[in-house]
Ligand binder design. Structure first.
Ligand code: MSK
Length: 630
């Protein structure tokens, strides 16, 4: 086996620099240039104290003008902005989940979408009290899809998945008015709460923010994850590669970007089709390489081993290689900049969803009914574009690392079963993992999630935090763009075990796992909630007693705030490296970092110094251990 070495962040930055030189030659804009143009940022916006929710303003809070025209103070304004931000994120994730339910509803034998994991479907049906005996699997799929869709507008009651929580937690959440009702209701209630003349009390704005987040994490996102597994398969460990070096100069390169696996799965299917491969050869290419960016990358990597070209702030880099025939996107986290950028090269920028339409793109509307023909059209278009490549602009940085990805809860339970001699019942338990934690072999776990943000040196925080955590025997589970950061650096290579403390290294060796476990995309943070709930149930503890915390050091999107709220709402302390625009209100800061703890036993910590952030997480994990006497 070749010698293992992490890819230093400096090498990644040098590669980006080289790509930007190509960009400069063709007059391309870049996010690095736009950051300069936008700096310094508006202080009112940064602190969350600008209000434009009615037409009397906009109002800005200053020492001279401590209240808006309606009389709302900084705390109310910051709180309303925070809740609106959360509602944007919760709505987005949940709409993704709704689309997945809708696609499942249209699944059929031999059709574009099929049930690939019938066992998971039956397990979910059992969980929701749906009869499975003697039922055709597609009838069951449609029935479950419909029930999933009904969670969005249910008239009474709470999200079904809350029943996965340890005993008593759902009831406590109901009592505290933190339990999510219908998903759409929580979005509406949030926007109602923030309307002019409604809530301006930080306590209530934080309460509804948590409830909104919970509707995402234990509602829309969880449905998105579970029903994606039913249709596309529950992830299990699979080998892949990461970083721009996965693109192949001799091949047609198609980049899939966005979130919904319904599009990327079909593009991958067609890229493997003999007819398309023959077409690629006929235009002078050796083959077709599909690689991913952002969460779509996670989706297809964990189910099919499709390589990961990069994460959020790498999306322009894939075009700057000059070797990208098409960047195909669906929804969320797509830079509108890709339109003008692709015009500087031969790249086709293909948008596919009415939710995310952008200038300078070619729109090919994609839906369940026409998925196969549209995916074929997209792949064909990319292949035919190969001959338009400008060879003098082609430069693919030769950086890549091996990674093993696809650690769903089911895969973790199965894999870690080999670590100890515990007896595992037929449905599987997390007892082996718990034994590693209680014995101190592993000190705890950090769920590392989230995006890149130019406010933080891209990928640096993710990578440095992960390195320090694993060296301290803390296992990292990761999803979203944090995952590609880890994979690009090499932290998802099993050989990264040598960077761990003695305890975690032994677990990695025995279970044959990398120290950073890839759990999927941003909707898959719901998997982490299920894992935490299962750990709590298997140990007889509450979730907030576990030595487990969440962390998003480089987050940027509304979805990330919604996620943070459901991670805290679930009972896990959450550590952020970027402030969620609440610096302008001491009361909002208090509610988020302390007040909420009285409800859920967990709270936020915001710390921009990455070294300190790691130390605070380790400290919190050790505090939890001490409280348990382990
Ligand atoms: S894609 S939300 S940049 S993780 Fe899910 Fe990445 Fe953050 Fe988008």
């Amino acid at each position: 086996m070749s010698e293992f070495k992490l890819t230093p962040i400096e090498d990644m930055e040098a590669a980006t620099q080289r790509l930007l030189e190509t960009g400069a030659k063709v007059g391309a804009d870049s996010w690095q240039m736009r950051v300069k143009n936008q700096t310094p940022h508006c202080k009112f916006g940064e602190q969350g104290i600008c209000c434009r929710i009615c037409a009397m303003g906009p109002c800005r809070i200053t020492p001279k003008a401590p209240r808006g025209i309606c009389g709302c103070d900084a705390h109310g304004i910051v709180g309303r902005n925070y809740l609106k931000f959360t509602a944007g994120g919760g709505a987005t994730h949940s709409d993704h989940g709704r689309e997945i339910c809708n696609t499942l509803y249209h699944s059929e034998p031999g059709g574009a979408y099929q049930v690939k994991d019938p066992e998971k479907l039956k397990k979910l049906a059992k969980e929701w009290g749906v009869e499975t005996e003697g039922k055709d699997i597609y009838d069951l799929a449609h029935e479950m899809a419909l029930l999933g869709l009904e969670e969005y507008g249910k008239v009474f009651g709470y999200q079904r998945f809350l029943d996965r929580m340890p005993e008593g937690q759902k009831e406590k959440l109901i009592e505290l008015e933190l339990a999510p009702r219908a998903i759409d209701r929580e979005v509406s209630a949030s926007l109602h709460t923030t309307h002019m003349g409604c809530s301006s009390l930080p306590e209530q704005l934080v309460r509804q923010s948590i409830r909104m987040g919970m509707a995402d994490g234990w509602g829309g996102s969880m449905a998105g994850t579970e029903f994606s597994d039913v249709m596309f398969g529950t992830p299990k460990p699979v080998d892949t590669e990461a970083n721009l070096g996965v693109m192949v100069a001799e091949n047609v390169n198609i980049i899939v970007h966005g979130h919904d696996p319904s599009l990327s799965e079909k593009v991958c299917d067609w890229a493997e089709d003999p007819e398309m491969l023959a077409l690629a050869k006929s235009v002078g290419a050796k083959g077709i390489t599909v690689s991913g960016v952002c969460c779509t990358s996670n989706e297809v990597a964990m189910r099919r081993g499709i390589p990961m070209a990069g994460n959020f702030l790498s999306q322009e880099n894939v075009v700057l290689t000059g070797a990208c025939e098409a960047i195909v996107v669906d929804v969320q986290c797509i830079f509108p900049a890709l339109g003008p950028l692709s015009k500087c090269f031969h790249t086709k920028f293909i948008t596919t969803s009415p939710i995310a339409r952008m200038p300078d793109s070619e729109f090919i509307r994609f839906d369940a009914g026409t998925a196969n023909e549209k995916a074929k059209q997209i792949v064909e278009m990319a292949v035919m574009n190969f001959k338009n490549r400008k060879p003098e602009l082609v430069h693919i940085p030769q950086l890549k690392q091996k990674a093993t990805v696809g650690y769903s809860v089911e895969a973790i339970v199965k894999t870690l079963d080999g670590v100890t001699n515990s007896q595992v019942d037929e449905t599987g338990t997390t007892k082996p993992l718990l034994e590693c934690i209680t014995s101190g072999v592993i000190r705890g776990a950090v769920a590392m999630v989230g995006c890149n943000n130019p406010k933080v040196r891209p990928d640096y925080a993710h990578i440095e935090l992960m390195k320090k955590l694993i060296a301290n025997d803390i296992i990292v589970i990761s999803s979203g763009c944090a995952s590609q950061a880890a994979a690009k650096a090499g932290l998802m290579d099993k050989r990264a075990k040598d960077l761990c403390g003695a305890g975690l290294k032994r677990v990695c060796e025995l279970a044959d796992i990398p120290p950073v476990l890839h759990m999927g995309s941003c909707v898959d943070i719901s998997r982490m909630m299920v894992l935490a709930a299962t750990l709590a149930k298997d140990s007889g503890l509450q979730i907030n007693q576990l030595p487990v915390v969440g962390c998003a050091p480089e987050w940027m999107s509304e979805k990330a705030v919604s996620i943070g709220n459901y991670v805290v709402g679930t009972g896990l302390d959450t550590f952020l490296g970027v402030d969620p625009y609440v610096e302008g209100s001491s009361e909002m800061q208090w509610w988020l970092t302390e007040g909420v703890r009285q409800w859920t036993g967990s709270a936020y910590t915001v710390e921009k110094d990455i070294e300190k952030l790691t130390d605070l997480m380790i400290e919190r994990i050790e505090e939890k251990r001490a409280a348990l006497g382990i």
